[in-house]
Write a protein that binds this ligand. Structure first.
Ligand code: SER
Length: 465
């Protein structure tokens, strides 16, 4: 099954279980100034998870394009991408753990045909301070599913992540963690504002036994180890709590909020730990190989960055974002310019977005028709940014290399930003890549110059009024 088949099989699977297929949300959330991008399927469902009736009922499903820019520096490994599709299903006070967990198991093992003996899971170990119990109910459901499949079902309590790294899971199928198995938009229970929903979750991982554990990530391996042996495929959040003034209270209804990574499930289906080998990314990699005459096997990281960032930029353009110097536009500019810079290192010195953007769009023509409908505008926006940046790229890079015998300060980074349009993070990365030292206070120095410039232009605007 390729990624497109998995997407439609998933939606059909949940439709057959009474779920209504909802439209995806735009990448830029409406009426929510707290976040730049939709980073998860539940974002558009927040009012319903809090208790409002959804017009389509209590069982919903979709596939949601997501952008998570906190992963930008991690792009280059086999599984992190700034853009990805999240398969989602929700129960708004309808079914709960005893349906959700067996359904997901059935989907993975009987529809996608993953090897059941390579599936590992995690559950919430409880939070004594906030009186939230250990989730033995989910663990019992998993244990039963494993037992029926003739698979060992040992449990281990790993508490904190550090502890997990110290002792490892000893091969246990079901691992309990604390904060790692609590899901809320704020990232951690302590960071949740009053009124914010959250809950314990149960994650599913796929084991790649041929990858050896890397002790740089902890002495021993376990479900949440970052060495890449276990790759998370999906997460069922049992959203039943809300933050109150003095702790946590119950939400009006017990909800399920499931989100799974389409590309990761598709990679598992072809038994590859590398999401870039999945059918939604590989055709783009192939085109980059053709354009550069270089091989993915020897230029893996740079090609992953180019492919991931351009795919993200295409979707942002489809949803109306345009490169600029602030908020979503700045992130988009960073993605495009970073992709061009990495492609430049691969030897692409001519404009190439005109060629690659249609390849990306074509991969989504069936699932998201708006991608092909808006293709001309998307190509025009990206090509315009490419032209603007390429003119200054060579000069900017030369300028940076010229500074190689000194420590580059935030002031100098500001000049690169102001004159050549180099996003500051890109300059810092470029400097590191060329072993050029950067002042430890670069961010403060840069921000001070930025503020001064803003004040100057504000004063100038006032004079013109
Ligand atoms: N909201 C959860 C997540 O983003 C599950 O959908 O992982």
């Amino acid at each position: 099954m390729d990624a497109r088949d998995i997407r439609s099989a998933y939606l059909q699977f949940y439709a057959a279980r009474g779920h209504h297929l909802i439209d995806r949300a735009d990448l830029v959330p409406r009426d929510d100034p707290t976040t730049l991008f939709n980073g998860s399927g539940m974002q558009q469902l927040l009012p319903y998870l809090l208790g409002t009736e959804h017009p389509a009922g209590t069982r919903l499903t979709d596939s949601q394009p997501c952008v998570r820019v906190q992963d930008i520096e991690e792009v280059g490994d086999n599984r992190h991408t700034t853009f990805f599709e999240m398969l989602g299903n929700w129960s708004l006070g309808d079914y709960f753990k005893s349906e959700q967990i067996p359904w997901f198991w059935e989907f993975l093992t009987e529809v996608v045909h993953l090897d059941p003996s390579r599936i590992y899971v995690s559950c919430f170990s409880g939070d004594e301070t906030n009186h939230i119990p250990k989730d033995t109910e989910s663990a019992d459901i998993w244990a039963d599913l494993f037992a029926r499949a003739g698979i060992d079902n040992a449990r281990v309590d790993l508490g904190t992540e550090e502890h997990g790294g110290h002792v490892g899971n000893g091969g246990a199928r079901i691992a309990f963690y604390g904060g790692k198995n609590w899901w809320c938009r704020a990232g951690a229970a302590e960071a949740m504002p009053v009124g914010e929903p959250g809950g314990p979750d149960s994650e599913v991982f796929y084991l790649y036994p041929d990858i050896s554990h890397d002790p740089a990530y902890g002495e021993q391996c376990h479900q949440n180890c970052d060495c890449g042996r276990y790759i998370e495929l999906g997460n069922s959040v049992f959203m039943q709590y809300v933050r109150t003034d003095d702790g946590f209270g119950p939400l009006p209804r017990r909800n399920v909020d499931y989100g799974g990574g389409l590309e990761r499930i598709a990679a598992a289906a072809i038994d590859s730990p590398d999401v870039f080998r999945s059918s939604l990314l590989w055709p783009i990699v192939e085109q980059v190989q053709t354009l550069t005459g270089k091989s993915y096997d020897t230029h893996t990281r740079s090609m992953r960055v180019v492919v991931d960032h351009l795919r993200g930029a295409v979707f942002l353009a489809v949803d109306g974002v345009r490169p600029s110097n602030k908020e979503q536009g700045y992130v988009m500019r960073r993605l495009v310019r970073r992709a061009i810079r990495f492609a430049f290192d691969l030897g692409v010195q001519e404009n190439f977005l005109q060629k690659i953007v249609p390849t990306i769009a074509h991969l989504y023509s069936d699932a998201y028709p708006e991608v092909t409908e808006r293709l001309d505008d998307v190509v025009a926006a990206l090509v315009k940014e490419e032209k603007a940046f390429r003119q200054t790229l060579r000069r900017g890079l030369r300028e940076l290399i010229r500074m190689s015998d000194q420590v580059v300060s935030g002031d100098e980074l500001f000049v690169l930003y102001d004159t050549y349009g180099f996003p500051v993070e890109l300059s810092v990365e470029e400097a590191h890549a060329n072993s050029i030292s950067v002042s430890e206070q670069w961010r403060t120095e840069f921000d001070a110059r930025m503020r001064a410039q803003r004040e100057r232009s504000r004063a100038a605007n006032k004079m013109h009024l």
